[in-house]
Write a protein that binds this ligand. Structure first.
Ligand code: NI
Length: 387
């Protein structure tokens, strides 16, 4: 990458950082990306699945088509970096580095637009609403894969705690899926001195919380990975009244669908058992995430090849994360790979979603370069194959 392009990407990244927008509200960010795509000279379609954009570059006669994706949204977090380009929107912050992902994808577009050494079609996907607001699902529902019939898709996430510019590739599972759990216990309120006339949901909740902790330790295969965390509990208003209702909220995470099924089945059974034991009504609801991020073997190989081409340090030995990524939804439709690119040392408060986090501009060349290289590698491996 030329120093001029690196300088430009840094300016763009810092502009995005200073002007973060929440999920589903990425209007200015989308307008900024469109302006830069015009500047680079790549045609695009906007308004796909909300504020999503797909820019498309075709070169030569080859049939192959590959997608590269970045996310654009920020988080409801108050920035505490003290940087000169810190957020100008109070309470909103690019605390996950999506500003850097967006700048990197613009960089990949600029690199490929200036590079005669490839043939095929590349779709640059700028996705809104990654932070739990269904952005990937919305773009797919808006016909992403019909309107832009790519045969493979790639993306990356910056990774604090991994050396700057190191690229980690997982052969298979890279990131978790999960679900948000709500359990409601309806009892019968009454005088604390006359418990025999009540049905106590607080006591039932105590037993239920303990019993649910046996699911991961006793029902899930110890060689599998699972988390079940109950994080909030609400119930009761007076110290001398037995409450009428308790609500418990939490989250579950897993790397394999079979584990998800086990956890859900055991939660249902445990809730039913507690309901019977204590004479209360227990209802259980869950909002599931989009799925596990599972890289396909051939595309994980292409991701590694592109990383080696960039002369980046490559790590193949990192354990998958229990964090989620809505890139999973694309991988349910097309083969692909999602890699981590090291953001440098981990400092307290500067982890992903931390108030002191900042995307490391020094990794813009490797991130943009890797995306351009993985597209070229995919198209080259594809020669002659139709979509
Ligand atoms: Ni993120």
């Amino acid at each position: 990458m030329t120093p001029e392009l690196q300088e430009k990407l840094t300016v763009w990244r810092r502009h995005l950082h200073a002007h973060p927008e929440l999920s589903l509200q990425e209007q200015e960010t989308s307008a900024f990306v469109q302006e830069k795509l015009r500047e680079i000279g790549i045609p695009f379609e906007a308004g796909i699945g909300g504020h999503g954009i797909v820019a498309t570059l075709t070169r030569g006669q080859t049939q192959g088509r590959v997608g590269l994706r970045a996310d654009m949204d920020a988080l409801p977090i108050t920035e505490a970096t003290g940087l000169p380009y810190a957020s100008k929107n109070p309470g909103v912050m690019h605390a996950c580095g999506h500003d850097g992902h967006t700048a990197s994808l613009l960089g990949a577009a600029a690199l490929l637009a200036a590079d005669p050494g490839w043939s095929g079609t590349v779709d640059f996907i700028f996705q809104p609403a990654e932070e739990g607001f269904g952005g990937s699902r919305a773009m797919v529902a808006a016909g992403l894969f019909e309107r832009f019939p790519m045969d493979r898709i790639f993306g990356f996430h910056n990774w604090p705690g991994l050396a700057a510019g190191t690229i980690a590739v997982h052969d298979g599972v890279a990131m978790a899926s999960g679900g948000r759990i709500t359990i409601t216990i309806d009892g019968h309120a009454g005088h604390a001195g006359m418990p025999h006339l009540t049905r106590d949901p607080v006591m039932a909740a105590g037993h239920l919380i303990v019993a649910l902790q046996s699911i991961v330790s006793r029902s899930v295969d110890p060689l599998d990975t699972a988390v079940l965390s109950l994080c909030t509990i609400e119930g009761g208003t007076a110290p001398n009244q037995i409450a009428g209702k308790v609500v418990i909220r939490g989250t579950m995470r897993y790397h394999r669908d079979a584990v998800k099924d086990t956890i859900l089945e055991r939660i249902e059974q445990t809730c039913a058992g507690i309901a019977t034991s204590f004479g209360v009504k227990v209802t259980f609801g869950i909002v599931m995430g989009v799925g596990v991020v599972i890289n396909t073997p051939e595309e994980a190989g292409l991701a590694r090849l592109a990383a080696e081409k960039m002369r980046a340090e490559v790590r193949l030995d990192l354990a998958p994360s229990m964090a989620g990524e809505d890139f999973a939804h694309y991988l349910q439709q097309r083969p692909g790979a999602f890699v981590w690119i090291g953001n440098g040392d981990l400092r307290a408060g500067a982890e992903l979603h931390g108030p002191a986090y900042d995307f490391n501009d020094a990794i813009l060349p490797v991130a943009a370069g890797w995306m351009a290289e993985v597209a070229k590698a995919a198209l080259a491996s594809n020669q002659g194959a139709g979509p």
